[in-house]
Write a protein that binds this ligand. Structure first.
Ligand SMILES: [Zn+2]
Length: 328
């Protein structure tokens, strides 16, 4: 009796052990496969293409929101996204008053359909300014602010074009950021008006000129103590968790990270509507220390291409991670 029962309990124990072992092996295989796949996607990020995208945007004499040249810039970005095979792209038009004059401005929206309608927005502003904020005629190359973010988004769109993702992705380029987040305010309203299911948003504003510290990306979360930059408190924790996802991936692309809060960029209107947002930022929006900030000297020659490449990879890794976490 004792003998049998001890054999029974042994065999039960050993079954449990082997069940446990095979479960963890399966987990490991799944994790390895995901990581191997993510790695193969990240390897496709092409520094030359980032450089070409950024340089061609900076070659426009200005991308000031009041300049008719911004229409040419927008057309170029749109053509490039469509050229990547994205069929469902559109201009989101909105009216804005800048310096007492009415303008019709355009955001650029590019849809990548997923298995569900939950939306991940990856966004950046494509307008820029120089020293004199209202001057739409002088040279304004806006290489780091924010051709860097736009070039990353075009490259992310290229690399993800053949990926089947659970979530739908929108690549969004805003106009009128420098005049007070005009494009993102208007598009945040559009998201609400159309009852779209915005799950997460990543904003890229200045990601090519590591200024805070060498090779370090600032991950901005929705935990600003200044309530002007944190309208809703209920979404704060999820943003912090989202930031942790990006933080944990930084070493995978050989970046260091610094955690900070969202401040004065296109994520804010979405945050104000209760959405979960983060930003990636190089820390160079310091008019006292960075002489190129909002300057006619914000040129491609000051871009750190390896850094821009790494940040672009980090954004892709983060998107793939949240897409896989929430599909299981
Ligand atoms: Zn900017």
């Amino acid at each position: 009796m004792n003998k049998y029962s001890s054999i029974d309990s042994l065999s039960v124990e050993s079954n449990r052990m082997s069940a446990k072992r095979s479960f963890s092996d399966d987990q490991k295989i799944t994790t390895d496969r995901v990581e191997t796949h993510t790695r193969s996607v990240l390897d496709q990020v092409n520094t030359d293409k980032l450089r070409q995208n950024l340089t061609s945007l900076s070659k426009f004499h200005t991308r000031h929101s009041k300049s008719p040249l911004l229409n040419d810039v927008g057309d170029r970005i749109m053509n490039q996204l469509r050229g990547l095979g994205y069929k469902n792209c559109f201009y989101h038009f909105f009216n804005s008053t800048i310096d007492d004059k009415e303008y019709i401005l355009r955001n650029i929206i590019c849809n990548k359909e997923g298995f569900n309608k939950k939306l991940i927005i990856i966004c950046a502003h494509y307008d820029c300014i120089m020293e004199n904020k209202g001057d739409s005629n002088s040279r304004a190359p806006g290489a780091n602010d924010n051709a860097s973010g736009v070039s990353a988004i075009i490259e992310i769109a290229r690399v993800l074009s053949n990926e089947n993702l659970q979530h739908s992705i929108q690549f969004v380029l805003f106009s009128g950021e420098e005049q007070g987040l005009l494009g993102s305010k208007s598009y945040a309203k559009y998201i609400e008006d159309n009852k779209m299911d915005l799950y997460r948003l990543i904003n890229l504003d200045m990601i090519g000129y590591p200024f805070f510290a060498d090779n370090t990306i600032i991950i901005e979360r929705d935990n600003n103590m200044d309530l002007n930059h944190n309208q809703v408190r209920e979404n704060d924790l999820q943003s912090i968790v989202f930031g942790e996802v990006m933080k944990d991936l930084a070493s995978e692309v050989n970046l260091k990270f610094h955690l900070d809060s969202i401040y004065d960029s296109d994520y804010e209107p979405f945050e104000a509507n209760g959405h979960v947002v983060i930003g990636a930022y190089d820390g160079s929006a310091d008019p006292k220390k960075n002489l190129h900030y909002h300057s006619s000297s914000d040129l491609p020659e000051f871009i750190n291409w390896n850094y821009l490449t790494a940040v672009t990879k980090l954004v892709i890794a983060t998107v793939l991670k949240i897409d896989s976490i929430n599909s299981h």
